[in-house]
Design a protein around this ligand. Structure first.
Ligand SMILES: Cc1cc2nc3c(=O)[nH]c(=O)nc-3n(C[C@H](O)[C@H](O)[C@H](O)COP(=O)(O)O)c2cc1C
Length: 177
């Protein structure tokens, strides 16, 4: 089986409940899953663009894992897109290094699922919220995988639900779900 790269972007993993538990589960599959932790690798926020590009070139399947912050990515993940998905490499007449690669988003979401509906408190669906991610993939010719999400990640989800989501998450990462 081919290996999957998980790019994890959580600015405060030491206080995390969900992403930390998901991370723990991923580490049980070292043969199939490579974990790359952005905040750990770049504590000063200075991304090594060439290193990131070379890493991405080695995988056909990449999952971006992050907590939803203000209906968006944590800032280092946004910077990662800005820096790494560069002209001449990711797009432009000579940039097609991400073409045909599969990308998915795995998000922990603080609020309840029912709020992420047109008639809910947030009024936007997760697919609508991650539209910039989807449009970016389209721009570079990558293939979008369905997203994976755990709602109620702030307080509502019980430890048991978080543990269950961790197993489901690994199946998602491995392409088995
Ligand atoms: C700065 C910040 C912004 C947040 N914005 C949102 C948000 O827009 N929508 C939401 O449902 N939850 C929001 N949350 C809650 C986080 O999504 C939630 O704490 C996180 O997914 C829990 O995962 P963790 O245990 O791995 O940290 C926010 C939390 C923080 C700290």
């Amino acid at each position: 089986m081919k290996r999957t790269l998980v790019v994890l972007a959580h600015p405060a993993l030491s206080t995390s409940r969900v992403n930390r538990r998901w991370r723990e589960e991923l580490l049980r599959y070292p043969e199939q899953i490579d974990l790359h932790e952005l905040y750990d690798e770049y504590p000063d926020g200075q991304i090594d663009v060439r290193q990131e590009q070379q890493r991405l070139e080695r995988y056909d399947r990449v999952i971006l894992q992050f907590p939803l912050y203000w209906y968006s990515y944590p800032p280092l993940l946004k910077k990662w897109f800005d820096d790494v998905f560069a002209y001449g490499w990711a797009y432009g007449s000579k940039g097609e290094k991400l073409k045909g690669k599969c990308f998915g988003a795995a998000l922990s979401i603080g609020d309840h699922a029912h709020n992420y509906r047109p008639d809910g408190g947030v009024s936007y669906t997760v697919d609508e919220i991650i539209a910039p991610f989807k449009a970016s993939l389209r721009h570079v010719g990558a293939i979008e995988l369905p997203h994976f999400a755990l709602f109620g990640a702030s307080y509502q989800a019980s430890d048991e639900e978080v543990a269950k989501s961790a197993s489901a998450y690994v199946r998602y990462v491995l392409g088995e779900a």
